[in-house]
Ligand binder design. Structure first.
Ligand code: DGT
Ligand code: CA
Ligand code: CA
Ligand code: ZN
Length: 585
């Protein structure tokens, strides 16, 4: 059989994306230039998110129509699809063991350290590294020490914790899709997504669904027979459990109205929140479980709650929003009637961070503005990448000025027609050496300046913290985008001294972002809460690169609510006038 007759291999979009990520990791280990590495990473991401089977795109001869795939990468995809192998990766594997890339997933282990462990101790896997760390064999290496060794053990532990969790957007759309199917049945009265998804955590272990009905059987039957079920783990009258094709486990409980409130509280969790509620119930002479309150005096008296408000009321508490239910002080606040009025999606009037065709976005300035207006916003900032992020087609000063003309034109028109404003910002690179990507005189002419870290995120604490502080202290920088640089679930945040970052942000009135993209959710809930306590202003932005990405706002809002953030803490709740006044401060 000749090559051209060979049937396409069975590699999926995901397999090819994984190969490209491995290539990127191997290049990183070899110390290749960042552009080359990013080219593979971005292609991997585009292929992973491609809504069509890559084999079909290949058959149509359209591989180069995939974002971030040019001629060279199209050839590599072709090779993979026709031979199942990649010569380039095989060559890399001859130089370094492929397993070494897994070591890079540990927080605190960058390419340099990974190579050091490999060359000096022959370590090429995570278990080998863990054994060496636990035996104290890493500490004596140059540049290491006991502290770094301990951090590596912690990083390995964190890795094993995170690996089986999925992103909130995947969990939410899966759970809401299933619930909608179940609620379409005439026997279903109402229902909820519960568990960590309802609490809006950034990552989700499994899905928990609740449906209210007096006739569970047809609901359970539909649930276990859904086309996206891979395995049925349980099929009972009150509880069923399945594993879905996408690997997620999903539990369903069906309850009659009189038990629904207690069940919803119980299965929303968190476990720590539930334990504290139960202790409160005990003090009042009741046990509280997923069904009801039951008197502990032996009388068998029960208190049934249809609504979860009744459960909280019975315990002398105000109703607690699910995002707060982590036993982090919400129960005390609810008892004192001092829960914060948390920010809601309807409070948001603007988005201050988005990309257009001028860098790596998909839409023009006008299209983006029109989308944002229809989404209900009153003003936006267009914030494309800047020159040193070449892989994202970052703007040179010359192109920045050309873009300004376009933005001013769209602004004038939309301002006249719809009272909608379009401002020119940038998302400016903080370069690896700590310098900003534009000189002050260029920054001074912009309406809104975001500074972000995208490269060299593994620098050591003092170095990377100083980079961020330089940006915060620049008088033209208004906001820091996705401050900690994490990517969910694979990349741990940069090793920043967040106390120093907060202090500088507070002192300079620099806004910190909660980036709503579910890959980021950065600041996270805990840091957002700390920032608000310190009186730092926050923004919640979608970082939209494509038309439907304003819909990601809900995840940023959930993260903010988990951080006890109020509308008054967030500058996107300001009217256009308030925003303009602040820009001129
Ligand atoms: P996950 O799935 O790891 O993202 O987190 P959750 O919170 O969804 O946890 P999950 O699915 O194990 O259980 C759902 C809820 O059920 C949990 O938030 C609280 C409740 N729950 C589960 N097991 C226990 C338990 O042993 N004790 C108590 N008090 N509550 C529990
Ligand atoms: Ca769960
Ligand atoms: Ca569960
Ligand atoms: Zn951005």
């Amino acid at each position: 059989m000749t090559d051209s007759e060979r049937p396409p291999s069975s590699l999926s979009n995901r397999d090819i994306a994984d190969v490209f990520d491995t290539v990127a990791d191997m290049l990183q280990l070899k110390g290749e230039i960042i552009h080359r590495i990013l080219a593979y990473r971005r292609a991997a991401e585009s292929i992973r998110e491609l809504p069509r089977d890559i084999k079909t795109v290949y058959a149509e001869g359209q591989l180069e129509s995939i974002d971030n795939v040019g001629g060279t990468l199209a050839e590599k995809i072709t090779e993979l699809l026709t031979t199942g192998e990649l010569t380039f990766l095989n060559k890399l594997k001859a130089e370094l063991p492929e397993t070494l890339v897994s070591v890079l997933r540990i927080n605190g282990v960058g390419p340099k350290k990974a190579m050091q462990f490999y060359k000096e101790l022959g370590i090429s896997t995570v278990p080998e590294l863990e054994a060496a760390a636990r035996e104290g064999r890493l500490a004596p290496l140059p540049g290491m020490g006991a502290k770094s060794e301990k951090k590596i053990i912690e990083g390995i532990e964190a890795l094993s914790r995170q690996s089986s969790r999925v992103r909130i957007d995947i969990a939410t759309s899966t759970a809401e899709g299933i619930l909608a199917q179940l609620l379409a049945l005439p026997q279903a009265l109402w229902g909820n997504v519960a568990g960590s998804t309802r609490r809006g955590r950034a990552t989700i272990g499994d899905l928990d669904l609740l449906v209210c009905s007096r006739d569970a059987a047809p609901i359970m039957d539909l649930f276990v027979n859904m086309p996206n079920v891979a395995t049925i783990h349980g099929h009972g009258p009150t509880k069923s459990s399945v594993e879905l094709l996408n690997g997620l486990q999903c539990d369903l409980r069906v309850l009659p109205p009189e038990n629904y409130g207690a069940a919803l509280v119980y299965f929303t969790g968190s476990q720590a929140h539930n334990i504290t509620l139960r202790a409160l119930a005990q003090e009042q002479g009741y046990t509280l479980n997923e069904w009801a309150f039951t008197a502990t005096d032996g009388s068998g008296k029960q208190i049934l709650c249809e609504k979860e408000e009744e459960v909280y009321q019975q315990l002398g508490l105000d109703w607690i929003p699910p995002e707060l239910r982590e036993d982090r002080g919400e129960i005390e606040a609810a008892r004192a009637h001092q829960l914060p009025r948390l920010i809601e999606i309807g409070d948001i009037k603007s988005d201050l961070h988005m990309h257009t065709e001028w860098s790596d976005g998909k839409l023009t300035v006008r299209e983006m503005a029109e989308r944002a207006r229809l989404r209900g916003f009153q003003h936006i900032c267009i914030t494309d990448h800047t020159q040193s992020l070449g892989i994202a087609n970052g703007l040179t000063v010359e192109r920045l000025l050309a873009q300004r003309e376009e933005i001013r034109k769209v602004d004038a028109e939309m301002s006249a027609a719809h009272n909608f404003r379009v401002f020119q910002g940038v998302e400016m690179e903080i370069r690896a050496d700590g310098n900003l990507d534009y000189p002050d005189e260029v920054l001074a002419e912009l309406d809104f300046v975001i500074a972000s870290l995208h490269v060299s995120l593994r620098q050591e604490r003092a170095v990377i913290t100083q980079r961020l502080l330089n940006a915060i202290r620049n008088p033209h920088v208004d906001m820091i985008g996705h401050p900690r640089g994490q990517l969910i679930p694979d990349r741990e945040p940069a090793d920043l001294d967040m106390d120093a970052v907060f202090a500088a942000a507070k002192e300079t009135d620099t806004v910190l972002e909660i980036n709503a993209n579910p890959h980021r959710l950065d600041l996270d809930d805990a840091h957002a809460r700390r920032a608000v306590e310190l009186g730092i202003k926050l923004a919640i932005d979608c970082d939209a690169h494509a038309p439907d990405e304003f819909e990601l706002l809900r995840y940023g809002i959930a993260t903010a609510r988990r951080g006890w953030v109020k509308a008054t803490d967030v500058i996107n709740t300001w009217s256009t006038d308030e925003f303009v006044r602040w820009l001129k401060r």
